[in-house]
Design a protein around this ligand. Sequence first.
Ligand SMILES: Nc1ncnc2c1ncn2[C@@H]1O[C@H](COP(=O)(O)OP(=O)(O)OP(=O)(O)O)[C@@H](O)[C@H]1O
Length: 307
Amino acid sequence: MLELDGVGKTYKVGAFGGREMAALRDVSFAVRPGEVVSLIGESGSGKTTLGRLVLRLASVTRGAIRFDGTDVSRLRGRRLTGYYRRVQGVFQDPFSSYNPIFKADRVLHAIRAGFFPGVPAARWREKVDAALEAVRLDPAQVLNKYPHQLSGGQLQRLLIARALLLDIELLVADEIISMLDASTRIDVLNLLADLKARGLGILFITHDLSLGHYLSDRAVILRRGVVVETGPADKVFGDPRHPYTRTLLASVPQLHRKWRSRPPIDSADPCAYHGLRADGSCEADGKVPALASVDGDHLVGCARLGQ
Ligand SMILES: Nc1ncnc2c1ncn2[C@@H]1O[C@H](COP(=O)(O)OP(=O)(O)OP(=O)(O)O)[C@@H](O)[C@H]1O
């Protein structure tokens, strides 16, 4: 379904855009129907940039993003509209997606105006009810309400319902749980699990490993725009090989043990993580480390880490 092939993104930064900053380098992975792929990394690792590229909100500098084999950067006009019927995004802050002076369900009306202008009112209402039911929202509780009358979880689910109105096949979910309280988080996570069971592919972008682990079939660990580890979630989380993944996992607070700072890193270990230059290349050989298999489809960004 979705395939990223050697994707790079460079931003022009500095006065008059005189400098270039590589936000993503040579990123390749795929999302299949009914599969949740977690894209995990710390702040600034390039996660949101990648989600924006998939949603065509920014353009790739190198490589290609393909959806069912078609390079999405080439889509224009009706074919681009067709893409947005199949691929939609939901973002971190549900409040910023709504205009406080309009009712929250305006986001649903906008879909009708943009994609289904010919659908009669009664049929549209059925579609809205079905989408709300799919995200476990009661129409009586959310329709005709202003954003401030709804909770963050309700607003977030309304945005997911908005995406479902389009019969999407891929959802880009960018930190959609981060701003919700603990019980609402579980609710939205369970909802995503339901949608996955119905065949929706999800690119689940998060900085939180435990959230990624809860839901995903596969994980992609991103650091400074470079994929450092990827593979089936049980392998990446159960047997992390890259020190960066290990450090991220060790940083997840756990109920049964007291908080300790990050474990010390053996500075003699020659790997991309310890000797990474600002441009992402390895200090040992000056190259961006290629992913190498350590166990079937479990890939790590430095072959020397396999042992
Ligand atoms: N429009 C832009 N112009 C210049 N640099 C940008 C732009 N957008 C992002 N960046 C830079 O690209 C890098 C990756 O940013 P991005 O927002 O993708 O990271 P992130 O992993 O999503 O971080 P966070 O979790 O904090 O949102 C950062 O160094 C950021 O400053």
